[in-house]
Unconditional design. Structure first.
Length: 80
């Protein structure tokens, strides 16, 4: 997984990072992009990840096609 378009906001002891993550499925070489949100909290001088959420960027084939491609095509249309 790699990331770009990273935006960091810090407000006191809370910070959030918004970015685009890129996943590559090694066996097939397929690539999918996700938008991600990571929320951190500072405690005792250390930043800790307290929440992560990512969702597939809309693709021409729809979310089911994105999920299937990211998993190496293991999902059929009936499962999405």
């Amino acid at each position: 997984v790699t990331a770009d378009d990273v935006r960091v906001t810090v407000r006191g002891t809370v910070a959030w990072v918004l970015c685009t993550q890129h996943m590559r499925h090694a066996p097939t070489g397929s690539h999918r992009a996700l938008t991600a949100t990571n929320i951190f909290r500072s405690s005792q001088g250390r930043w800790q990840l307290v929440h992560h959420h990512a969702g597939f960027v809309k693709t021409p084939g729809g979310a089911g096609a994105a999920l299937s491609g990211a998993l190496g095509g293991v999902l059929s249309d009936e499962a999405t």
